[in-house]
Design a protein around this ligand. Structure first.
Ligand code: COA
Length: 185
């Protein structure tokens, strides 16, 4: 059986269960956060299909009607699951995804988040950033970079409120933010 394959009992070989947590949102709603699994692809597509066009545009800088192919890749790379956050309480829909792209050797990774419209401004983005940053530091990543649209105020507030040191620059209508994660854990 290849690494990352589902066993007969539904468990994922090599899945980092220790990175699953239960938390509360700002309004007290309990949520479950954990790395993506191969069987989350369908859940991801359903999540994406319900996003507003504004949310999709802020995330992808374009209005994709269906989930871009690149977004379904990560769950299959379960040999190193972790650089993804997703609500995954089995019978419930997803409410947010944070992910980073990393070449596996540099100290920097590109990060992005998207939270379901009904869950925005309730603390999800902050939780996902916190979890991704902790996981990334364990991998030896010291910086996240993110590209944002200047008309999107929410995500920069999430980054500023995180307490991480930030550097911001603007080029060709895109704001580039570097987030210092500090030394590896
Ligand atoms: C940006 C995004 C990920 C933030 O997630 P979130 O769960 O809404 O963020 P939080 O609830 O953790 O909010 C953290 C802070 O940001 C503020 N904030 C969040 N969204 C905001 C918005 N649209 N406008 C203004 N402030 C906003 C919150 O009020 C909070 O600030 P406070 O602590 O001063 O009150 C989410 O709004 C989203 O998915 N937006 C569309 C996609 C996107 O923009 N992705 C970013 C590309 S990397």
């Amino acid at each position: 059986m290849s690494r990352g394959a589902l066993r007969d009992d539904g468990a994922l070989q090599g899945y980092p269960t220790s990175w699953e947590i239960d938390r509360f949102l700002l309004d007290g709603e309990p949520v479950h956060i954990g790395p993506l699994r191969p069987d989350d692809v369908e859940r991801l597509s359903e999540f994406h299909a319900k996003l507003s066009s504004t949310t999709v545009y802020y995330r992808y800088f374009a209005t994709h009607a269906v989930l871009p192919a690149s977004e379904t890749r990560a769950p299959h790379r379960a040999r190193q699951p972790g650089p993804d956050g997703l609500r995954r309480r089995r019978s419930r829909p997803a409410f947010g995804v944070g992910r980073y792209e990393w070449d596996g050797s540099s100290r920097e990774a590109e990060v992005a988040f998207v939270v379901a419209d009904g869950f925005q401004r309730r603390g999800v983005g902050t939780l996902l950033l916190e979890r991704l940053a902790a996981y990334a530091r364990e991998q030896g990543i010291e910086r996240f970079v993110a590209e944002l649209l200047p008309e999107n105020p929410g995500v920069i507030r999430v980054f500023r409120a995180s307490g991480h040191w930030l550097q911001e620059s603007a080029t060709d209508g895109v704001v580039c933010v570097t987030i210092d994660l500090g030394p590896p854990a």
